[in-house]
Design a protein around this ligand. Structure first.
Ligand code: ZN
Length: 394
């Protein structure tokens, strides 16, 4: 999700320098996590039913996913903590409004599924402490027939500073191990509770995907965080979804592959604009990615640089080259975004209803355009239903 704000360049990493005592506390928390997780190191259990998809309401059969939107956010995004500020309030009647609005968005997507399959699924990839509220996500999912897969993983440094909690762990000598074990814990036991001090409490809502990010060029902290994601993937089988920033996808695929991560667990996202850092349309680059065996995900369809009209021209060459088994689609949108995240003071009125109906464009407009371009319903079904089944089950 990129709401088009660019305040990051104006804001320094002052908190990182200012809060050495907080760093010490967080490092201690990290050590506690390492101890705790040593008990919890385990593959997600195979109970004889084969691989399952881990939704926020529990594991389901991959057959039950139906049309799956692979990179979405729900019900909110709030970057406040990345700037050292308190989170924006979501309480009382407004909390209910947020859940109802998101559930109604999911219902609108569900209403489009006639002639497709089952209930439909969204993969919620809001990173740790960027507005990822397990209680809100669960309440929204309970109100909707659409399945919701939640995520673990820290965001990168391209659009905002990395969360201080992540940075504090990653600069420790055993930082990669600490973050690996946090991710494993969130996948096997439950996501961290975002309302208390970082790492102080955990929910029982398990993550079903790992979200990571690279700046246009991978930074040192991102390299460490993303190495941890690779190790957590190897340990649990949980797939990895990569945010790229006008480039970086190929290097991320190479980094994860060098750790021994299976290419079928690696989704290179945000493709469809300047992916090789230079060319608006980078078809050869997409083929290079696909040649590595990883998933190529066009997940910002509908954004200004990612218009519906020409998406088929990005997808078609990959289909012609035989890569229909490695493509995924999504919108990367969200119902509510907190717009004054860089300000200390937080007000309910600064929540912005970013998209009233975030999850319908693909079935209403993109699929007809793909069909017009000669891409058959069989191939579209593969991209929207069969491919997500393969990548999400572990
Ligand atoms: Zn996103």
């Amino acid at each position: 999700m990129d709401a088009g704000n660019d305040h990051s360049s104006n804001i320094t990493r002052r908190d990182f320098v200012k809060t050495s005592s907080a760093l010490a506390v967080m490092a201690t928390l990290g050590e506690a996590l390492v101890e705790h997780s040593q008990v919890a190191l385990a593959q997600t259990s195979d109970n004889g039913e084969g691989p399952r998809v881990q939704t926020v309401l529990g594991p389901i059969s991959p057959e039950d996913l139906g049309v799956t939107l692979m990179h979405e956010h729900a019900p909110v995004i709030d970057w406040s903590e990345l700037y050292g500020h308190p989170i924006a309030p979501i309480e009382g009647a407004f909390r209910q409004q947020v859940i109802d609005q998101a559930a109604s968005g999911l219902q609108a997507f569900h209403n489009q599924l006639d002639g497709w399959a089952k209930s439909g699924t969204i993969v919620e990839v809001t990173p740790i402490r960027v507005g990822r509220y397990p209680d809100l996500i669960v309440d929204m999912a309970r109100k909707s027939p659409v399945h919701v897969v939640g995520c673990t993983g820290f965001w990168g440094e391209a659009l905002a500073p990395m969360h201080l909690w992540a940075a504090a762990m990653l600069v420790q000598p055993n930082g990669i191990e600490q973050v690996t074990q946090l991710y494993v814990k969130e996948i096997t036991e439950g996501m961290e509770d975002p309302y208390g001090e970082p790492g102080a409490g955990f929910t029982d809502v398990k993550a079903g995907i790992i979200k990571i990010a690279t700046s246009t060029y991978l930074t040192a902290l991102e390299r460490h965080a993303n190495t941890a994601a690779g190790l957590a993937c190897i340990e649990t089988g949980c797939p990895i979804s990569v945010h790229t920033t006008d480039g970086g996808g190929l290097e991320m695929a190479q980094l994860l592959l060098s750790l021994g991560v299976s290419p079928q667990k690696i989704i290179i996202g945000h493709q469809g604009y300047k992916d090789d850092r230079e060319n608006v349309r980078a078809t050869d680059y997409h083929k290079q990615l696909a040649d590595l065996g990883v998933w190529v995900q066009f997940d910002r369809i509908g954004y200004p640089n990612y218009p519906v009209e020409d998406r088929a021209e990005y997808i078609r060459p990959l289909l012609d080259a035989g890569y229909e088994d490695q493509l995924l689609l999504s919108h990367d949108t969200v119902p509510y975004f907190y717009r004054t995240f860089w300000q200390e003071e937080k007000r309910e009125s600064d929540w912005w209803l970013f998209k009233e109906d975030p999850w319908t464009l693909i079935l209403s407009e993109v699929v007809p355009k793909l069909n017009e371009a000669g891409i058959t319903k069989r191939v579209v079904s593969k991209i929207l239903i069969d491919n997500p089944k393969k990548v999400l089950a572990f």
